[in-house]
Design a protein around this ligand. Structure first.
Ligand SMILES: [Zn+2]
Length: 248
């Protein structure tokens, strides 16, 4: 019997039978994989802690005929703060939905996993606005996937005047005031929003969350990111709408 040892995050858990679970894992070595976790719902099972949603563990799995079977797991980071907070949980579920869509089975994707883990870390361990964490995740993810917008300057003339940019979805990047006729549907941006987008696309992954913006800039980032995500992934993600109903 062949087995693999890999670190990974639980993306989904489904209860089966009396005490078992089937889990989907975003694994470091194999991308998205599913495995059965026998007895994982028994309180004394060694699999209880590591098979919770969003838990980051090191797994040992045996490769069966149809599916992996989870032999053991050692918890690295449980991220329990996420499961104990409705707002954090909703943002994590939104991020999870996108990850589940784009990560393929048996295809490792180390940079996406790193961004995912950093996002979960920021959500669970810091007071950074979840909205900002989600925007950084979305825009940086699209960049990793090969859809980085062109935001070093104006796509057409190269101007680097950040006070003056609009975001063109059609051209996938910034246009300055002089070049705006190339796409009159481009979305006008404040300097703060333009600089934030540039930072999210081009900064080191380790410091990509380390900036602060106003709520007004966050609204702008939301408009850009939501539309860009829809254009590139051909899908709308609406889990966060639920939070707006809570606030109204
Ligand atoms: Zn220009």
């Amino acid at each position: 019997m062949s087995y693999i040892k890999t670190k990974g995050v639980i993306l989904k858990e489904i209860n089966v039978g009396e005490a078992d679970k089937i889990v989907t894992i975003f694994s470091k070595n194999k991308g998205k994989i599913s495995g059965s976790a026998k007895g994982a719902r028994r309180p004394k099972s060694s699999l209880v802690a590591g098979t919770q949603l969003f838990c980051y563990s090191e797994f040992v799995l045996f490769k069966g005929k149809d599916m992996y079977s989870l032999n053991s797991c050692d918890v690295i980071e449980p991220f329990y703060e996420i499961r104990n907070d409705l707002v954090k949980l909703t943002y994590a579920a939104h991020i999870n939905e996108i990850i589940t869509d784009i990560v393929q089975e048996e295809q490792p994707s180390a940079r996406v996993l790193q961004l995912f883990l950093n996002s979960l870390y920021m959500l669970s361990k810091t007071e950074k606005a979840p909205e900002q964490i989600a925007r950084v995740f979305e825009i940086r993810l699209l960049s990793i996937l090969g859809y980085a917008p062109s935001v070093r300057g104006c796509i057409k003339c190269g101007s680097e005047d950040f006070t003056d940019f609009s975001f063109s979805f059609r051209k996938c990047g910034f246009l300055c005031k002089q070049c705006i006729e190339d796409d009159r549907y481009a979305l006008s941006l404040s300097e703060g929003a333009a600089r934030a987008i540039h930072y999210i696309v081009h900064s080191n992954i380790k410091s990509v969350f380390n900036f602060d913006v106003s709520n007004k800039v966050l609204r702008e980032l939301e408009k850009v990111s939501k539309r860009y995500l829809k254009d590139r992934l051909d899908r709308e993600y609406n889990k966060l709408e639920f939070l707006k109903t809570l606030n109204s």
